[in-house]
Design a protein around this ligand. Structure first.
Ligand code: SAM
Length: 289
């Protein structure tokens, strides 16, 4: 690595550390690669920084130090091993949501031409992962926000996503008759209780409130999904809502009350992260993933 790159790297990491960034060295290298338009290997072996790349890097470090999420600055983030375009106006895909997507893939893989739905699709990380990994499935993805929908379209335009239909609409009010009865309905809804919104981490506050705010008790979307969307799942089909911390009991009740057989999948920390609601069959059990 050249002396000028080593200096940029040292100064960038120190700036991020002083700004309280948890992982300053790694983030500094990612932003340096972004500014230079190179890979991590090229950064170590052959990259050089001209004055324009240096000012691009300084600007990225300034923005990160001011609390912009590193994922927005990079413009892309990985989910289930696939790259997704991200930026202002769309929720950044979270690692814990991979549990939901992976489980949906497992359920759909053995089925002949199954139909899957991803409500509140955002970047499309759940539905597009399914589309990519289960080519025999057709996946319908619904998103209301115009800004998020633009990212959804960009991500769908990557190769291998032909088996998808994107719909811009409001899952709380629109009928969306284009969507047929489905085998698996996935949803990572806004689920933060409204009064907790101002207490979120500063990076999370840069993400759209519309992606996070689940109403007074955080459960508005689960109630609406049980009422409006469960009837659109085939008998024996499965609804997979992601759960916020501590929401399992309340959400379990909502889906058990409409006659679903309910279980849940824990994350690595042991929090029940995904509800598995089998349509129109009564009972309750827990499974491990
Ligand atoms: C928690 S984010 C999930 C995004 C993505 N599925 C993921 O897991 O990263 C919720 C998404 O729901 C969208 N949304 C909020 N209200 C909606 C509504 N009424 N109808 C459809 N989408 C909505 C937001 O814009 C946001 O993209």
């Amino acid at each position: 690595m050249t002396d000028s790159l080593l200096r940029l790297r040292r100064e960038g990491a120190a700036r991020l550390q002083a700004a309280g960034i948890e992982n300053p060295r790694a983030e500094c290298d990612w932003l340096l690669c972004r500014a230079l338009g190179c890979t991590q290997t090229e950064l170590l072996l052959s990259a050089k920084a001209d004055s324009r790349a240096q000012s691009r890097f300084t600007e990225l470090i300034d923005r990160r130090a001011a609390g912009e999420p590193v994922q927005y600055l990079l413009g892309e983030w990985e989910f289930c091993g696939l790259p997704f375009f991200v930026g202002e106006g769309v929720l950044i895909p979270r690692p814990e949501t991979e549990i939901l997507a992976e489980y949906a893939v497992t359920l759909l893989k053995g089925q002949a031409q199954p139909v899957a739905v991803d409500l509140c699709a955002g970047t499309g990380c759940i539905g597009l992962t399914i589309a990519c990994r289960v080519p025999s499935a057709h996946v319908y993805l619904v998103e209301k926000s115009p800004a998020a929908f633009a990212y959804l379209e960009r991500n769908r335009n990557r190769p291998g996503m032909v088996n998808t239909t994107l719909l811009q609409g409001d899952i709380l009010t629109d009928a969306l008759p284009e969507i047929p009865q489905c085998d698996v309905l996935c949803v990572n809804p806004p689920y933060i209780p409204a009064d907790e919104m101002p207490t979120l981490q500063r990076e999370v506050l840069r993400e759209p409130a519309m992606a996070l705010d689940g109403g007074a008790d955080g459960l508005d979307f689960y109630r609406a999904i049980a009422k409006r969307w469960a009837p659109r799942v085939k008998p024996g089909g499965v609804i997979l809502p992601e759960l916020g911390d501590g929401q399992y009991d309340a959400v379990r009740r909502i889906f058990a009350d409409i006659g679903c057989a309910v279980s849940a999948i824990p994350d690595n920390a042991g929090h029940l992260r995904v509800l598995v609601a089998k349509n129109h069959i009564k009972g309750e059990s827990r499974i491990c993933f």
